[in-house]
Design a protein around this ligand. Structure first.
Ligand code: GLC
Length: 722
């Protein structure tokens, strides 16, 4: 086959294709070496040679991929290359913190850098496309996929989206280490009913456009190559056939001309959503401009021919989808060199061996760790520590997300602690399993604790207790671990708790009160154990901040800072005010919460311009001083509140964040540019409007109102408008 070098070449190629070959290009099948959906039979070389498949997922290993590609390029009639895809959300060989953890770094440069390293590792192992970034906003910790996302706020989601698309794709998809990114799962998936995975979603158009769509628009503006609709039905329409959002908004209004790939069998699953049959499902999805049917049990293969016969879809629509898939392969350089990403074993080894990747993994894990509490300056632990007990089922919850065996993980954490505290005798005891008690475990834990000056108590979830298909109705510490924690706290020894989780955890009051310090370490990746030791010893001053509110009680869910005001705000002595009778309104830890080993003092908030005409801008300045004895990084957030508006606006809306490093005693002035564009909101018709009047501007270390400094700006009416 003469490789098509441009759109004309693609159109010419399409003109030579049979319907079966066209539908083949719209079909993605699994190599089944990684399981990310219901088990199925792996793709066969015969299917590839017969042109029945245009792309694969979950086939791992450059030699296997080279072999599969050879069946396509040399064994099929037209020799059209496959592309190969995989879920690489936080690393392939070098594992970084889970995305919810990494978002706690509030560091777009870091987010881009880790995506870049992941892309380099993919691009030498035959992977052309990753199903990342996952940019579903989430405000319900019961939902397991909070693990994969950027937290609760759309501005953070937008910045994660841009950074990750840049990191994976670079400027040219045909570049030697570039791979295609996929913005997923479009849209509103994080708001599933009762936090239950795959359940339906109901939300207002306003909430959808203000919170759940912006990260996807940012990804499209950043040039993301692919987009994946979510499994869910949104307000009664399954996302896979949502013409108003997929075709009208994403394709026509946002101008997205990339590939839309369904989620695993989500087109076939339309029948379970209530769509009549395969031809109807295929036609509805294709007419909504879903190009590829992933593992669809023949939804497109069987459905499209009949849909064409019945006039449910046109050949022009089929060709439009085929064109986008072939153009993606052209952009990926696969027509030029189908084996371009299938590196030699030496090349693979060379990439993985680069020390910079492990250093980045350690930096990412350090920056993701959030110091939640630190009573009486318990942390950092002194270098001269004499004895330490590391207790908890951490063999099952520590270390890389790439599943080394438990004994390796135990060794990692203990070894890193030995390096950090060379004089300390270190006792180790599991005490319990993650979800079950161990016979004699509590006693063994007490024995380990007895001679120790400090206890590091590792609690939380296994990585497989969050993520897809892993909603938890009670997202807390499993009972067996609570019993272990009580036993260890009862020893009266100072206890530092490490929380390993893929989501915010609901913590019992007695644990928060009894622990001397608590760290959220998430699932910290390949170098997580070292990063934890770095924070415990003070080699790294923790700077992570929560990108998702941690509820004090499950009854508060959904909980997030950007709530709209109520006409009856909570008042201590007013019965008729917005509150619960039995639990607090406030989260356990607010968005942006995160302590440091040093202190930061904010003073002198000011603006360069206090009254703005539409189209003008100001700068909000504030002085920040490191008042402690350790260097540290501080993240500052800028929120606004539109005091009087035609649509009620959230009490706090995040419009910017920044991070700065300060030496002990050092002071810097932080400057937040603020334009009237950032003061706009979606009016009654969901179109952006700017209304004159007063705007409160808040700056501080998080969404806790007690820590915010406020000033007030005015937007004057547009010239000539009353
Ligand atoms: C899964 C997930 C999706 C993933 C896809 C391929 O079901 O929902 O995030 O990219 O299948 O593995």
């Amino acid at each position: 086959m003469k490789a098509p070098w441009d759109r004309q070449g693609i159109d010419k190629l399409i003109g030579t294709m049979t319907l079966k070959e066209k539908v083949g290009q719209l079909t993605m099948l699994s190599g089944e070496l990684v399981q990310t959906g219901p088990t199925s039979a792996p793709v066969t070389s015969a299917a590839i040679q017969n042109g029945e498949v245009g792309s694969l997922l979950n086939l791992v290993g450059p030699e296997r991929i080279r072999d599969a590609q050879r069946h396509a390029v040399e064994g099929s009639r037209l020799g059209i290359p496959l592309f190969f895809s995989l879920d690489v959300l936080y690393g392939l060989r070098t594992m970084f913190p889970i995305p919810l953890g990494e978002s706690s770094a509030f560091d777009p440069a870091l987010w881009e850098a880790t995506a870049r390293v992941a892309a380099e590792e993919c691009a030498v192992e035959g992977i052309d496309l990753t199903f990342a970034p996952m940019i579903d906003i989430a405000r319900d910790p019961r939902w397991g996929r909070t693990l994969e996302g950027p937290g609760e706020d759309p501005l953070v989601g937008q910045r994660v989206a841009r950074a990750k698309v840049r990191g994976y794709q670079m400027a040219d998809l045909a570049g030697p280490t570039a791979i295609a990114a996929t913005a997923k799962h479009f849209a509103g998936y994080g708001a599933v009913l009762a936090g239950r995975e795959y359940a339906s979603v109901d939300m207002s158009e306003r909430l959808l456009h203000e919170v759940y769509l912006p990260p996807f628009q940012a990804a499209v503006e950043a040039g993301v190559a692919c987009l994946m609709p979510a499994f869910i039905d949104l307000n009664g329409t399954p996302m896979s056939i949502h013409v108003p959002l997929l075709r009208r908004l994403v394709r026509e209004r946002w101008g997205f001309d990339g590939v839309i790939v369904s989620d695993w069998s989500s087109i076939a699953e339309l029948l379970l959503h209530g769509v009549a049959g395969k031809p109807e499902a295929a036609a509805l999805a294709l007419n909504a401009s879903v190009d590829i049917d992933m593992m669809g049990k023949g939804a497109y293969v069987d459905g499209i021919p009949e849909a064409l016969d019945r006039g449910l879809v046109t050949m022009a629509t089929v060709d439009e989808a085929v064109r986008r898939v072939l153009l993606l392969k052209l952009r990926l350089g696969l027509f030029d060199d189908p084996y371009r990403r299938c590196g030699s074993p030496e090349a693979v080894a060379a990439v993985a061996a680069q020390p910079a990747r492990r250093a980045l993994a350690r930096e990412a894990a350090r920056k993701s760790i959030v110091l939640l509490t630190n009573t009486e300056g318990m942390l950092p632990l002194g270098k001269s520590l004499r004895s330490l007990a590391v207790i908890g089922p951490f063999g099952q919850i520590v270390g890389g997300n790439s599943e080394p065996d438990a004994t390796q993980r135990v060794a990692e954490l203990v070894d890193r602690c030995k390096e950090a505290f060379p004089e300390a005798a270190i006792a180790v005891a599991a005490g319990s399993e993650v979800e079950l008690p161990i016979a004699g475990g509590l006693e063994a834990a007490r024995q380990a604790a007895q001679p120790s000056d400090v206890i590091v108590l590792c609690l939380g979830e296994r990585v497989d207790m969050a993520g897809e298909a892993s909603s938890r109705a009670h997202p807390g510490i499993p009972q067996a671990q609570e019993e272990l924690a009580r036993a260890i706290l009862d020893t009266g020894k100072p206890v530092v708790v490490l929380l390993f989780s893929g989501r915010p955890l609901i913590l019992p009051d007695w644990l928060v009160a009894g622990a001397k310090a608590i760290l959220a370490v998430w699932h910290p990746g390949s170098e997580g154990a070292g990063a934890i030791a770095d924070v415990l010893s003070g080699a790294h001053n923790p700077s992570g901040r929560l990108s998702m509110s941690w509820p004090a009680d499950i009854g508060q869910i959904p909980i997030f800072f950007a709530e709209r005001p109520t006409g009856r705000p909570r008042l201590e002595n007013e019965h008729f005010s917005s509150k619960y009778l039995d639990i607090p309104n406030d989260p356990r830890f607010a968005f942006g919460h995160g302590l440091s080993y040093t202190g930061f003092l904010l003073t002198n908030p000011r603006a360069t311009k206090w009254t703005l005409a539409p189209g003008e801008a100001t700068e909000i300045l504030i002085d920040v001083r490191n008042t402690g004895t350790m260097a540290g990084e501080h993240t500052l957030f800028q929120f606004i509140h539109d005091v009087a508006s035609s649509i009620t606006r959230p009490s706090l809306e995040l419009v910017d964040f920044t991070k700065l490093a300060l030496a002990p005693g050092e002071m810097k002035t932080v400057r937040f540019p603020l334009s009237t564009d950032q003061l706009r909101f979606l009016g009654p018709d969901l179109e952006p409007v700017l209304e004159p009047g007063a705007f409160q501007v808040f700056v501080g270390p998080g969404a806790d109102p007690a820590q915010l400094q406020m000033l007030e700006l005015k937007v004057s009416p547009a010239a000539g408008v009353a």
